[in-house]
Design a protein. Structure first.
Length: 367
């Protein structure tokens, strides 16, 4: 079918869509990047499991729990949301008409797709569903556009491999990087600020990765500090008051004052690498454990928690100390489990000569 015929079909009202598009070549095959209005997306890609072969359908099961989060992101940020391109396979009639001024080899023009074609999203089915739900709440967003990358795929034979390739080679940003760059989230912003306000953290935090290399001069990760502080605040992180922020800064500074090896690091008498190699307190699981301890102290000793923390000076923080075996350490290797951190928190509280309440004793029974 010629480009002109498809364009004519569009003008006579048959089921053909036309989009402004850019033409490119990848792996010897043409593809097209089109600007599609949001209100067309639900109509263009009808999510119909039963119309798909079983082997393709199995890969495309929507995780319904993800949809509300993405939908809320759109409607809460109508002037500031951002989406990457959807990627789709087209089994049917599709023609690109270059702009007349550019000639037949032109890369800019109009893309025409017959709506009798089968269109299948290879990457972006959750975004597509969230867009549909968001438009029900804010139909005025329908004139916004999203870029869609279209690949011709007769019989949808390449779709399964494309789906696998796109997901296999996608690089997910680290948790630390997500915190560092998320200026919209108040808690993430607070954690980045916290990394600069606590002397022990300042200039010693790995901001981009969730692990630290052996030769690194960094001591803790941003994601580790975030997780530990969530424990400290008993996971109440949606709305943080100034009083809570002040307490968090004071708590971590006080912890640092009472761990001898941390002070040696501040005085540059020992390296971060040496501490990571030989001690438990330079790892995220122990930091989270200290967050659990802090939450317990704030609840039960709101006016005495600083005095209680002085007992940290007497604890043996070596990996080889029997106190951590089976809790945070197994045969010399650091272990991170929720029950392990809870049991380690109990061990620290016992070392601080603090009686456990019934809630904390329950962890001993399940350990």
């Amino acid at each position: 079918m010629s480009t002109k015929t498809l364009a004519d079909e569009l003008e006579t009202g048959t089921e053909v869509y036309g989009f402004d598009a850019i033409r490119g070549v990848q792996a010897g095959r043409e593809f097209y990047v089109a600007m599609c209005p949001l209100n067309i997306i639900p109509k263009l890609f009808v999510f119909n499991d039963h119309a798909l072969p079983a082997e393709i359908r199995a890969q495309r099961t929507l995780r319904e729990t993800r949809i509300p989060k993405i939908t809320n992101y759109i409607i809460n940020n109508p002037k500031d949301y951002l989406f990457s391109s959807l990627t789709a396979s087209v089994d049917g009639k599709m023609r690109f008409s270059p702009s007349p001024a550019l000639g037949e080899d032109g890369k800019l023009g109009r893309l025409y797709i017959s709506m009798n074609s089968k269109l299948l999203i290879n990457d972006g089915q959750h975004r597509r569903k969230a867009i549909e739900e968001a438009l029900k709440i804010m139909p005025e967003l329908g004139n916004d556009a999203i870029s869609v990358v279209f690949f011709g795929d007769k019989g949808l034979k390449r779709s399964q491999q494309m789906f696998a390739d796109l997901n296999k080679h996608a690089v997910k940003p680290t948790t630390s990087l997500g915190i560092l760059y998320d200026h919209r989230d108040a808690y993430s912003t607070f954690i980045v600020k916290l990394a600069n306000e606590v002397e022990m953290f300042r200039d010693r935090v790995e901001l981009e990765k969730t692990t630290i290399s052996n030769r690194s001069t960094k001591f803790l990760t941003l994601s580790g500090i975030s997780e530990a502080t969530k424990h400290l605040l008993s996971n109440n992180t949606k709305m943080i008051s100034e009083e809570q922020e002040k307490f968090v800064v004071e708590y971590w500074n006080e912890v640092a004052r009472n761990i001898p090896e941390w002070n040696l690091l501040l005085e540059k008498k020992v390296s971060a690498g040496e501490l990571r190699k030989n001690f438990v307190h330079s790892h995220s699981n122990l930091l989270s454990t200290l967050g659990i301890v802090g939450a317990f102290l704030l609840k039960n000793y709101p006016n005495e928690w600083k005095e209680k923390l002085k007992g940290l000076r007497q604890i043996g923080w070596s990996r080889n100390d029997k106190m951590w075996e089976g809790r945070l350490v197994i045969e010399g290797k650091m272990l991170k489990t929720n029950i392990g951190m809870e049991l380690a928190a109990n061990a620290i509280l016992n070392a601080l000569e603090i009686l456990l309440d019934e809630e904390r004793i329950k962890f001993e029974k399940h350990g």
